[in-house]
Design a binder for this molecule. Sequence first.
Ligand code: BG6
Length: 493
Amino acid sequence: MTTQQASATPDLPLDMIIFGGTGDLSFRKLLPALYMAHLHCNLPPDSRILTIGRKPWSRDEYISEFMEQKAKPFIEKKAFDASAWDKFLAIFEYVRMDVDAPEDYLRLKEASRDGVNRVFYLATSPDLFTHICDNLASAGLVDGNSRVVLEKPLGHDLASAQQINNAVGKHFDEAQIYRIDHYLGKETVQNLMVLRFGNPIFGPLWQAPYIKSVQITVAETVGVGSRAGFYDKTGALRDMVQNHLLQLLCIVAMEPPVSLDPDAVRDEKLKVLRSLRPMTPEDIARDTVRGQYTAGAVDGEAVKGYLEEDNVPAGSRAETFVALRARINNWRWANVPFFLRTGKRMQKKLSEIVIEFSDLPFSIIPSGGRTYGNRLVIQLQPEESIQLQVLAKEPGSGMHMLPVSLNLDLQQAFTERRAEAYERLLIDVIRGRLTHFMRRDELEAAWAWAEPILEGWAKSGERPRSYSAGTFGPAASTALMTRENAVWAEESQ
Ligand code: BG6
């Protein structure tokens, strides 16, 4: 699949139109990110932001009820500038709409200017994407200068993702479609490409048999919070693995792209996704673990179990934790296990990638009966750091070795402001840069791999395994590693 260059005209003013303008994502992420872009002069001159919601608010009510009360607290205190905020508010318009009502789009058409670049940000449930795009097109709001941003999860399985892609594709060319995965906007995730493709020392070692295993963990301490309505239908596999974790896996595993052009990068990621070995029912039983948190304590505070959270249906089987072993069937990665793990209400917030290098074929230096290897730990959150574990001589008269770390603290190394993922990606959309967004075939390949796992779990009739909030998941997750002669990084410290 190739993506023709977008036809939007760079110097036109911008109308950013946000569907779901009164929702969670808007106040937590999108509006604070747009404020930061405005503060740092990254919005084109003469931009406007049109937010869409069902609430019967006037523009002033939207500003006072939503922008001031809900979005403003999510702006970092030290970045807040009252006069910049006032100028930012001045570019807002609120459009009350029922997105299912075609006639309401005429109101949007009146509010939006002609001769601008329109960005439609669909921060709604994916069930609405088709309708919204059809209605936008019928109202004459879509032209060659329009772009559409689709929030994840895009669909709930392969068929629904294809259906949405077909429907959106009727009105927008692939080059106008920005499928967002905010992990691709994180500084450290983008840095991973530089680490791999900018540093010649890693090139020759970045493959089997020099790498023994790869671990990718995205652990959160938060629970489901107020999102049970969405989360209970989604679960951790759809919410995190099918997109964020697989994208991280792609960046670790892909071949060097020929350039940083969108298709060059996305072609390589697609090859990885297509090389993932489909899981058979036996693989699913052996190589996947799903869990659900029960009451426990996180950061010293007692927290409820998932089933006791607000709006969670009685007896829900939604998984809040997944650990699995993935296999990549290609020359570079044959027989190298990729362990993926994510969960809510875990012991600590931690996103990291651990590259475990292979053991020495034979060691002449004693290590006190323990096997230590070289390990590269790329931490994405909460700290941004890269650590290389090497072995050094233990001081003393003998010749014993112990692991020590070469640490690169990226926050100390670069003290400049780091834009949040959403800010960076919104600027990419505005400037027409597609590299850090998913192409249709990539997204569908990710679903094609993830869907049998969901089906396998549903067929098994088993409940997710329980784990206490404040731990790193069910014991079966440790057992999954032990079977492969591996251990999760935090258990080996
Ligand atoms: C979102 C998921 O995509 O990513 C959330 O829907 C999750 O459930 C969030 O909490 C995690 O993002 P981050 O940037 O906080 O790691």
